[in-house]
Design a protein around this ligand. Sequence first.
Ligand code: SF4
Length: 375
Amino acid sequence: MAGIYIHIPFCRQKCYYCDFYKTVNTTLKPKFLVGLKAEAKLRKNYLQNEVVETIYFGGGTPSVLEASELADILTHLNQHFDIREAAEITFEANPDDLTTEYLLAIKKAGINRLSLGIQALQNRHLQKMNRRHDAGQAIEAIQNAARVGFDNISVDLIYGLPGLTEEEWKDSLDQVFQLPVQHLSAYHLTYHEGTAFYTWLKKGTLKELSETESVKQFEILIDRAASAGFEQYEISNFARNELYSQHNTSYWQGKKYLGLGPSAHSFDQLSRRWNTSHVESYIKAIENNLAYSEEEILTEKDRYNEYILTRIRTKWGVSLKAVNELFGADVKNYLLKQLGKYIQADLVTVKNETITLPRKGLFVSDEIMTDLMII
Ligand code: SF4
């Protein structure tokens, strides 16, 4: 069982915090779509005929696609891959693209899960981030999506924004939880080198939120989500009624996935591949049958580290039995030794041969993960 990720590398404007690969030059879209379909055909054997259970359109902004272009991609994928009839097909969208007509058309094309980049529900923060939508459009998009029959809607929010107050953060969460939303991904702002936010931080024109305030906002997130019936099944992901993101969960469970499009990553359990992060080079390489990706063969140490890093983030945790089977008794003993001080401090729980992070451990998860890895 496997997944397919499709990177749509176009945005109508650039958000000031974002370091995903994208371009605002949408005139390249027709050629990109030809290249994307050619890549899907070229790499039809990558998943070795495994059934595709999830498809994820990410970006960039997939909602720059016309609904007919999206339908065409899905038809093409169906021709070359064994896609399960009930596959989860997620589509990332910007709220201001979601007219009722567009929502109906993408639903008809096969999309059954929406991931909406809401990020904040205060116009002052949305403007500071250079988002295209305002808070009213975000709420309207969620309501419209539910009205046309989407019953698996995920929302992205960012906390730790410069100047984001506790009250504003509580208000964003409470508003989201009152809407017909089944899933929430909430990430702390990261200042990525090369972004406008990073430049302003270095220049001192933008002030980072303090560590204490950031931790407080994470606490608020966990508490508010639990009160609203959202289960924290991964450090940054919350779901109602077990409507977990099947696509992201398959990453954390180490399943194979094929990444199509510029900057997309692929994983076949033995190696990783990543496509060039440049749409023109991608198009040209595919047109001329040239290389457009790099590959890294994973060593046993890499595979162990990935196993720990991906699984410990989730409520399903790390299985000591599986570590023993996959990497041997010495590695299992190393892991148990590294865990010692964290178990003593109640930062890690080991129950039924499964290692998970209790609430206290979530706040120092980076430190724990680094310590459990083999360097
Ligand atoms: S956050 Fe999304 S919409 Fe904004 S620039 Fe990045 S990819 Fe584009």
